[in-house]
Write a protein that binds this ligand. Structure first.
Ligand SMILES: CC(C)(COP(=O)(O)OP(=O)(O)OC[C@H]1O[C@@H](n2cnc3c(N)ncnc32)[C@H](O)[C@@H]1OP(=O)(O)O)[C@@H](O)C(=O)NCCC(=O)NCCS
Length: 156
């Protein structure tokens, strides 16, 4: 049988870089036998939280708002799903991101979320200005304190 040629697949789409890949496992399925929406949203929210921490330099970043979600396609057990994000707006205390998830096997888009808003909080849980206006592609804003203990041990 002739080998199939896969259609072109872009690493980045609309400025979104796909950093996280997930393997759909039995515990991620719904009663229909396809990917449970809640599992996908959990992966995206976690990815967005890490992205917000890296961009805002603050561990205390919480989900404030997620815009409409339209599940366009799905995945089944064993499929590989990749998730990408990009920052679209730096507010005073908030960061707005755009998210996309796609199925690496079927090459179909699972969903796009136009707005995921995270808010940077101070130690009292009050919104605090983050002071940033654009995306960093480095680790230059990483927090220097470990949230649980207030300490950090950097490798020597
Ligand atoms: C996050 C929280 C402290 C914000 O409180 P708040 O009273 O809305 O704060 P503010 O009105 O000062 O708004 C803070 C920022 O959020 C933005 N914001 C508030 N409501 C928003 C909404 N519905 N959509 C988008 N952005 C919103 C504001 O524009 C502001 O951004 P800016 O400073 O960049 O302009 C509070 O809503 C909260 O604790 N929510 C629960 C968060 C959480 O636990 N999330 C995890 C899920 S359980």
């Amino acid at each position: 049988m002739a080998k199939q040629t896969a259609p072109a697949w872009h690493w980045s789409e609309d400025g979104i870089n796909f950093r996280t890949r997930k393997w759909v496992r039995p515990e991620d399925l719904n009663a229909n036998g396809s990917l449970f929406g809640g599992s996908l949203l959990k992966w995206i929210d976690e990815e967005a939280a890490i992205y917000a921490i890296v961009q805002l330099g603050n561990y205390r970043a919480v989900t404030k708002h997620i815009s409409e979600i339209n599940f366009e396609a799905s995945a089944v057990q064993g499929d590989l799903v990749e998730i990408g994000l990009t920052a679209t707006y730096f507010g005073r205390t908030s960061l707005t991101m755009r998210a996309m998830a796609r199925n690496m096997i079927t090459r179909k888009r699972l969903l796009t979320i136009e707005k995921i808003v995270f808010v940077s909080l101070d130690e009292d849980g009050v919104p605090t200005p983050h002071g940033y206006t654009d995306i960093t592609y480095d680790r230059d804003r990483m927090p220097t304190e470990r949230l649980a203990t207030g300490t950090i041990r950097l490798p020597s």
